[in-house]
Design a protein around this ligand. Structure first.
Ligand SMILES: Nc1ncnc2c1ncn2[C@@H]1O[C@H](COP(=O)(O)OP(=O)(O)OP(=O)(O)O)[C@@H](O)[C@H]1O
Length: 311
């Protein structure tokens, strides 16, 4: 793909209204905090079009600028945008035919195939590679701020792509490790120091990634409801069971026991390191990618958890 192909195109509102049959309810793919997302057709190309709420100008601009600059196989591709001044702000993305990881783990439609263990680890690894690009390869680094399973989209072959960059922030520069911002994350996924004081760093994304990895292994929601109606926090539940080494009790029942015990154990331990209370004790994303690469390829040697000793 050359630079001309990846540069976002400018669309008129009429082109995007035509593409979605005037934003017909039948074309609606989902609705998030900043607007509705529709499936559309631009000539032969199938696209997803997000229509931002009129008062979300900043989120629109942040996402447009970030995705205009960030190109990676594990980051959703921005095809173009429409900004006609005051009213219409829309982003056009490559359509992800398999929807989001959340659809698979928590809201499977009838007939949707359950994800097997190998596919779950492939998705976890690819999402981690997208995050590694943001944290370690982008200059300056980018903090995503909204890593959760509805923002991990799945392309053909379950290739994972990070999406929703509306809150993304350029990482600290000048040797600093964190910045202070207003809390605007997702409850259940946000790091405790970010919720408490607005302290944000790449390690806030690592915490959120750890919660996603717990969801991938257990099939449980970040914040769920237990049978007696009590609110159940996945991180707290997992911490107790991991401490007692009750790994097999944590496996998603929909895996029906089809997972490698060692692989599950190591994935859960990595997730547990990511959700460490203290940000400095959480692993760097490159370490997470290295361990998940070994787990995804079925190699469970002692090196796999070398990062455990550094915490
Ligand atoms: N490129 C895409 N291809 C296919 N479906 C998409 C695409 N982008 C978004 N969607 C669908 O639209 C839904 C809404 O997306 P959006 O990013 O606006 O919100 P969200 O992540 O679900 O919620 P929030 O913005 O509150 O975090 C997604 O969950 C997904 O199902």
């Amino acid at each position: 793909m050359d630079a001309v192909d990846i540069a976002p195109k400018i669309f008129t509102f009429e082109e995007l209204a035509n593409a979605t049959r005037n934003f017909l309810g039948d074309c609606l793919l989902g609705e998030g905090g900043s607007g509705k997302v529709y499936k559309g057709h631009l000539g032969e190309q199938v696209v997803a079009i997000k229509q931002f709420h009129p008062n979300d100008k900043k989120k629109f601009l942040v996402e447009m600028l970030m995705l205009g600059l960030l190109h990676h196989p594990n980051i959703v591709h921005l095809i173009g945008y429409c900004d006609d001044g005051d009213h219409h702000r829309l982003l056009v993305y490559k359509y992800m035919p398999l929807g989001s990881l959340k659809d698979y783990l928590h809201d499977p439609s009838p007939g949707k195939k359950q994800l097997d263990w190998e596919t779950r680890m492939k998705i976890a690894l690819e999402a981690a590679k997208g995050l590694e690009f943001l944290h370690d390869k982008a200059q300056p680094s980018v903090i995503h701020r909204k890593i959760n399973c509805s923002n991990i989209l799945l392309d053909e072959g379950c290739q994972a792509k990070l999406s929703d960059f509306s809150l993304a922030k350029l990482g600290p520069i000048g040797g600093k490790h964190n910045v202070h911002v207003k809390f605007e994350g997702t409850i259940g996924y946000s790091a405790p120091e970010y919720v408490r004081t607005g302290e944000l760093s790449v390690k806030s994304d690592i915490y959120s990634f750890g919660v996603v990895l717990l969801e991938i292994c257990t099939g449980k929601r970040a914040i769920g409801t237990s049978t007696d109606g009590e609110e159940c926090n996945l991180v707290e539940w997992a911490s107790k069971l991991i401490k007692d080494e009750k790994f097999s009790e944590m496996a998603d029942p929909s895996l029906q026991g089809h997972y490698p015990a060692k692989g599950l154990q190591q994935a859960l331990i990595v997730a547990q390191m990511c959700v460490h209370e203290q940000p400095t004790k959480r692993p760097a994303i490159a370490e997470v990618v290295a361990v998940l690469t070994r787990i995804a390829s079925g190699k469970y040697d002692s090196e796999s958890l070398a990062i455990q000793n550094s915490t």
